[in-house]
Design a protein around this ligand. Structure first.
Ligand code: SAM
Length: 218
């Protein structure tokens, strides 16, 4: 697993750019400066890893744009020791960022190939994320409740099943809307079943496919 002065320099430049674009949570910036994004990238395209852009990975999926990762992580408001569920492991990069912050990370991926590749990569890099293969639209009731839940694919707006897996005071960040454009929704759980929902800009994700998500395209 290699890093280099040149790649570290490009990474630092990307993080400075994210700061200029409004990311100011130091924990997020420091974690993204530490995690070698190029190692979660298709190996033939490592030179593109520090552009602020999404990129295709296996199984017709994407590694999210760095700004999107930073924005979602900042909105999620993660602190060390929190139990965090991520739905949509993909390359494993976002899970690594959460681990780097010091969270206890559970991450679910529906594509077996991505699950295998990302769990191997995370473990080789020393990130102790709990990787799960399956449909994450129903959350992970076996490991609930969570302090934080992060969905990294485009979800229908009814996320009631996930909300109930939050602790009191917990937060859920999920892009909701149709398959063309989504609004970033933050759900905060108050006492008992008191939920506050706010919206934070528009994004574009691949669809969340499964029981409480979208149907797979034929
Ligand atoms: N977080 C990822 C990363 O850091 O590379 C990027 C996630 S990618 C934009 C969305 C991922 O969600 C894809 O890998 C996709 O296969 C996965 N996904 C879609 N529906 C899912 C489901 N029901 N359960 C788990 N993962 C799902």
């Amino acid at each position: 697993m290699t890093d280099s002065l040149k790649l570290k320099g490009l990474r630092k430049r990307l993080v400075d750019d994210l700061h200029r674009k409004g990311i100011n949570d130091l924990k997020v910036l420091q974690a993204m400066n530490a995690v070698p994004r190029h190692l979660f990238f298709p190996s033939d395209f490592i030179s593109r890893a520090y552009e602020d852009a999404a990129f295709p990975i296996e199984a017709d999926q994407t590694i999210s744009q760095p700004f999107t990762v930073a924005f979602q992580t900042q909105l999620l408001d993660v602190n060390p020791g929190m139990r965090v569920l991520e739905i949509g492991t993909g390359s494993g990069y976002q899970a690594a960022v959460l681990c780097q912050i010091g969270a206890i990370v559970y991450t679910i991926e529906r594509h077996e190939l991505l699950y295998r590749t990302s769990s191997k990569k995370l473990s080789e890099l020393g990130y102790a994320a709990h990787c799960i293969w399956g449909d994450g639209t129903g959350g992970a009731p076996k490991y609930a409740p969570f302090d934080r839940i992060l969905v990294t694919a485009a979800s229908p707006e009814d996320v009631g099943v996930l909300e109930l897996q939050l602790k009191e005071g917990g937060k859920l960040v999920v892009p909701v809307g149709d398959k063309n454009v989504q609004r970033m929704m933050l759900v905060e759980r108050g006492v008992e079943n008191n939920f506050t929902r706010t919206f934070h800009g528009e994004f574009k994700f691949v669809p969340l496919v499964g029981k409480y998500g979208w149907k797979p395209e034929i």
